[in-house]
Design a protein around this ligand. Sequence first.
Ligand SMILES: [Zn+2]
Length: 320
Amino acid sequence: MNTYSSVRRRSVLAAAALAVPLPALGQARRPPLALCTVGMVGDMVRALGGTAIRTETLIGEGVDPHLFRPTRNDISRILAADMVFANGHRLEGRMGDVLERARANGKPVMMVAETLPRERLRAHADYPDVADPHVWMDPTLWAEAAGPVAAMMERTVPGAATTARLAEFRARLDRLDAYGRQVLGSVPERQRVLVTAHDAFSYFGMRYGLEVDSIQGLSTEAEANLARIEALVARLVDRRIPAVFAESSVPDRAVRALIEGAGARGQRVAMGGTLFADSMGRPGTYEGTYEGMLDHNFTTIARALGGTAPARGLHGRLAA
Ligand SMILES: [Zn+2]
């Protein structure tokens, strides 16, 4: 049939010929599948489960999770997985029903951001009944959420989420956080204002001492409005903010309108770069990992706002 079973058949014959004890039935089966919604969740689950589980991610690079609508195939994948990890707090606004259905069927389903205690979360006027979902923007929150994720994985697949892997994941996020504090702390105080396409950076701003402002609200579903753009242009000019930022999963039209608006008022505002807000970079690249995503954001923001950071980031691995 497939290559896998023929390889297995061959290795079984070889093992028999050498009289090596055969693996018990079931040991050769593929590891259980953890299906994750966004890349940031997938990265954490993969780090915690190692090779004891298979990790797949539903929502790909550059795709906006607020607007993502699962296809019939996506729904089948969710219902067929051994466990499902989502961010929650309505980040995956159009997947609520299918996640509920999976849970009602008895499948382990975890909303990673919803495991955090209420006092660690931020409220937002756009969603009065849930918290701001963008918690991965603060690595200390993400490290905290890894605890319940590891615990659920361990309940579903005993032996998968080792304490060593959890400790290693948290240590990596600690280093990342220290780097963020260092490089963003080097931005002149007057310029610590982060203007982006949508309101994904509130936890980030809280953690690293930046005021944040955005064209769109917490979700990207509503259209940007003109009054909002004019108010932001006035702010850019008043505060002499040197740069604004686009996001990889949101069109940059409105950010360009800010730059033009400020230009018309005699203030040169640069496009500071494209940040990873709700989606990581290309799979297989450093920016396509959680660590690379945040390293890119820290480094890009610090440099564009007048701070000091190495061009290739924390590990010298950022794309030139
Ligand atoms: Zn968002």
